[in-house]
Design a protein around this ligand. Structure first.
Ligand SMILES: Cc1cc2nc3c(=O)[nH]c(=O)nc-3n(C[C@H](O)[C@H](O)[C@H](O)COP(=O)(O)OP(=O)(O)OC[C@H]3O[C@@H](n4cnc5c(N)ncnc54)[C@H](O)[C@@H]3O)c2cc1C
Length: 430
């Protein structure tokens, strides 16, 4: 009898999950596991938690939902805690598994962990099979090899849209054969060393983790409200649930897959019509892909202060007092402050806000951009290593931007995007 472990990471879903589908079809029994990795709950060299309260809560909700979905299929989720290179091999021994199926990583630390696990598994003659499941376009279908991916997004997008095809998404499995798996006991937020918080009532949305919630959100944004049909006009908004999709948090933990979103979008378009707005969501998902492929191409260069451009940023320093003012929303620039308060109290900030506070951080405060990125890593409910560090590097002028420097004139931005100060009032005067 062939037994395999399915190691869930940031792919906490059963629909369109190739890793799970392949494991089921190639084995008699599978053991789904998730490991709370010690390193995810440490403090970074920049002094921030790697996982903050909002995301930790979202993660726990997502795992409970995944366990429920697996249970409906006859299985369940085993929860581990510690170092994956120790915990995963333990499971392999206990269940006499011959393979471990897992999502393929691209970022530096995640790849290191993957390789440590692989080394330990080889000692047990157990194979590690990895699957690329988090992008819209599959890396193997791109019209260039990873090393030749253009350093300018538009060049990447145009050729990819012309020459590559988006694969079909995988159906949800009908059954999962597993031995009896008892209901998991998840660590509490406190046990993870994190403070408990509740999302402020002014938040754009009360995010709740899990695939079921992701599907509800998609249904709401597409079919119930048809908000997607005006996305291009509303996407620069800052207040309310529907100016943008808010898919990011679920995408980041893999509660929903971009290819599944795409297939639902095609259904929507065939029913209600395609327009610039429906296309624009695909355009944004392509940005997400791009940052992931760039991480694969540039590897740890994206995390360096000098970035992929090897630029001298010696005038950008660490200044604890300025950093703290920025975090607290006490810079005195109301548009920046309102956004930073939203982030601190909800774990979310609009794309418009993110661009402005990051530009202000790098260009006006002249701080070392990596501290800003690291604070975002702690704080964002939708933190994604590639999108976060890629966007920050871009705004700091050391990433993938042909124009070199993205300076945002904050006053003008506030006047354009928060004309009657409704956003600033919401966060500064309530
Ligand atoms: C400094 C900075 C840091 C960021 N950090 C993150 C992060 O950690 N995680 C994250 O998911 N996004 C990040 N973004 C990108 C973007 O701000 C968010 O994806 C978006 O605001 C999420 O809201 P939404 O889902 O409603 O987006 P929508 O406008 O509805 O877009 C749909 C989806 O497209 C993708 N997307 C949109 N814009 C971008 C972009 N610029 N880069 C990459 N993907 C994009 C996201 O997956 C998003 O969910 C960052 C942007 C900046 C400027």
């Amino acid at each position: 009898m062939k037994t395999a472990i399915v190691w869930f990471k940031t792919d906490l879903r059963i629909t369109d999950n190739e890793t799970l589908v392949k494991a089921i079809s190639q084995n008699d029994t599978i053991i789904p596991v998730y490991c709370f990795e010690d390193s995810h709950f440490e403090t970074t060299s920049f002094g921030f938690q790697k996982t903050g309260s909002f995301r930790a809560q979202f993660l726990i909700e997502s795992l409970l939902d995944l366990d429920n979905s697996l249970r409906e299929l006859g299985s369940g989720l085993l929860i581990l805690k510690g170092k994956p290179e120790v915990e995963i091999p333990k499971m392999v021994k206990q269940y006499k598994a011959h393979r471990v199926y897992v999502k393929r990583e691209v970022a530096f630390e995640e790849k290191q962990t993957e390789s440590l696990v692989q080394t330990e598994l080889w000692k047990l003659q157990c194979e590690l099979l990895t699957f690329s499941t988090s992008t819209l376009y599959h890396a193997e279908d791109l019209p260039f090899s990873i090393k030749d991916i253009p350093d300018v997004f538009t060049n990447f997008r145009k050729k990819t849209e012309k020459d590559a095809v988006i694969r079909k998404s995988f159906d949800k499995p009908k059954k999962v054969n597993s031995p009896e798996i008892s209901r998991p006991i998840l660590p509490t937020i406190a046990a993870l060393g994190i403070d408990e918080v509740t999302i402020d009532h002014r938040a754009v949305i009360q995010f709740k983790g899990g695939e079921s919630e992701a599907l509800k959100r998609l249904n709401h944004y597409f079919f119930e409200t048809k908000s997607i049909s005006k996305y291009k006009e509303t996407r620069n908004g800052m207040i309310g649930a529907d100016y943008s999709s808010k898919f990011s948090a679920w995408l980041a933990l893999g509660c929903i897959a971009p290819r599944f979103i795409y297939s639902e979008l095609k259904k929507y378009e065939s029913q209600f019509g395609a327009n610039e707005s429906t296309y624009w969501l695909v355009f944004e998902l392509l940005w997400r892909d791009y940052f992931r492929f760039m991480m694969k191409k540039q590897q740890n260069k994206i995390f360096l202060k000098s970035g992929i451009q090897n630029k001298d940023l010696s005038i950008n320093k660490f200044d604890k007092a300025l950093l703290q003012k920025w975090i607290n929303g006490q810079t005195g620039v109301d548009f920046v402050d309102a956004n930073m308060i939203e982030l601190r109290l909800t774990g979310f900030m609009s794309n418009r806000g993110r661009q402005n506070v990051a530009s202000y951080f790098c260009n006006d405060l002249k701080l070392d951009w990596r501290y800003g990125a690291s604070y975002f890593e702690q704080q964002l409910i939708d933190y994604d290593v590639c999108s976060n560090w890629g966007n920050w590097a871009y705004l700091a002028g050391v990433g993938n931007d042909p124009r070199g420097n993205r300076y945002f004139n904050i006053e003008k931005q506030a006047a354009d995007y928060d004309k009657n100060k409704a956003y600033r009032d919401l966060w500064l005067n309530h």
